[in-house]
Design a protein around this ligand. Structure first.
Ligand SMILES: [Mn+2]
Length: 415
């Protein structure tokens, strides 16, 4: 699987090229404590490895690709302290890359490539993944390439991100299976929340029922969970989850299990006491209809922007029917985010601007409505997989109709 991906990537590069993808390293939080290491997902996508300080090297000479993996030298004393260093044969077995180079020999290895394989090429194209969120962010690729360019200042430095993105956008069968597993655990965890929900319990308590199922299934979180009751459900990225879910309020839960780095991203909204009020039901059913409508409109050739525009048109009609657009109120007073984002190895997965959907894409459909004054926040989010003529709802098993939710909560109280 990883080998196939690397071959596809190699085919995208020019006849002569050199590419480096770094796994990254953990950064310090306070003192000698580090944030948990989170591997560069493109590195993981290409190698199946999730260890720090590794470099995947792809060499394409006269159209012929070969590759290597640079890893840290196994240090027995270090292994005793922190464990986790990987032996060359383990790295080889997981990634399928034969040539393993020790970190302390990397520059002599690279020099052999530059001096003997690419010595006739005046402006070699060299690629690295320069993805970052803000201009001042210093990423490992940048530090590495700076050092590289000091030694070989005549090369052309290129960003490999667009190539990696276009590969990662189209999911393989194995990836769909992992996403389904993550979604399945998310379902179990949401049901655990629903069955334990009762009026006046803490949002944090509800969250703990979700976390318990993730932990027992060896899953992590796709992102910090949002468990917002009443007015908190109208705050898009509320994650304090420290208020009491009062009787007769809705709880908006936007959360997901992550399995082998594949992320579910699901939102379900349910009444904490198990019964929707008539007004909550009215608003909820508009969002549910929106969710189903957008899902029915997915097909190759469309863009996520088009889907969002369709949702806004839909809301214009539905909200004016119930009088919410009077006195100069607009749809954007009740709904102001996008309806979709790509999903995969990252929760907000990589994409290309104005990307046109094609079979194999996986993304979220997450319409919401937020009535702050009425303390009603509703969002219903599913994860879909684009097929030749529509889409498959990967999260179909997670209940979302008013009737199903009320029946489940009534029949499973404190189970
Ligand atoms: Mn989402």
């Amino acid at each position: 699987m990883y080998q196939k991906r690397r071959e596809k990537l190699a085919a995208m590069l020019p006849e002569n090229a050199l590419l480096f993808i770094l796994s990254g390293h953990a950064v310090y939080s306070v003192g000698d404590e580090q944030y948990p290491f989170s591997v560069n997902r493109s590195f993981y996508y290409l190698t199946g490895l999730d260890r720090e300080n590794m470099i995947y090297v792809l060499i394409k000479k006269d159209g012929k690709p070969s590759d290597a993996l640079i890893i840290e030298r196994y240090d027995e004393m270090m292994a005793k302290w922190v464990g986790g260093k990987i032996l060359p044969k383990e790295a080889r077995a997981i990634s399928g890359i034969d040539q393993i180079i020790m970190d302390d020999e990397k520059w002599s290895f690279i020099h052999r490539i530059m001096a003997y394989q690419f010595d006739q090429i005046p402006h070699l194209d060299v690629y690295a993944d320069f993805t970052k969120q803000e201009p001042d962010q210093i990423i490992p690729s940048q530090i590495f390439m700076k050092e590289f360019c000091e030694k070989y200042p005549y090369v052309n430095v290129n960003d490999a991100a667009a190539y990696l993105t276009s590969l990662r956008l189209v999911k393989e069968e194995e990836e769909i299976a992992l996403l389904k597993k993550a979604i399945h655990v998310t379902n179990e965890a949401i049901l655990n929340m629903m069955s334990h929900a009762k009026a006046d319990m803490g949002e944090n308590e509800l969250e703990a029922y979700f976390d318990f199922v993730l932990k027992t299934n060896n899953c992590g979180h796709s992102f910090p969970s949002i468990v917002g009751s009443g007015k908190n459900g109208t705050v898009l990225h509320y994650s304090d989850n420290n208020q009491v879910a009062k009787d007769n309020t809705l709880v908006l839960c936007d959360l997901g299990a992550s399995y082998q780095y594949y992320n579910a991203d699901i939102t379900r909204t349910f009444p904490v006491n198990g019964k929707f009020t008539p007004r909550q039901k009215q608003i909820y059913n508009i969002v549910l209809k929106a969710n189903e409508y957008i899902m029915s409109e997915v097909r190759p050739g469309k863009t996520l922007r088009q889907l969002n525009n369709m949702l806004i048109e839909f809301y214009k009609k539905e909200l004016s029917k119930i009088g919410l657009l009077e006195n100069g109120k607009r749809v954007s007073d009740y709904y102001w985010h996008g309806v979709s984002h790509m999903l995969g190895l990252e929760t907000h997965d990589v994409t290309l601007s104005d990307y046109v959907l094609r079979p194999g894409n996986v993304f979220t459909i997450e319409p919401g409505l937020y009535l702050e004054e009425e303390e009603i926040g509703v969002r219903i989010e599913d994860n879909v997989f684009v097929t030749e003529d529509g889409c498959i709802n990967l999260s179909e098993e997670i209940i979302k109709s008013v009737e199903d939710i009320e029946a489940y909560m009534a029949n499973n109280k404190d189970k």
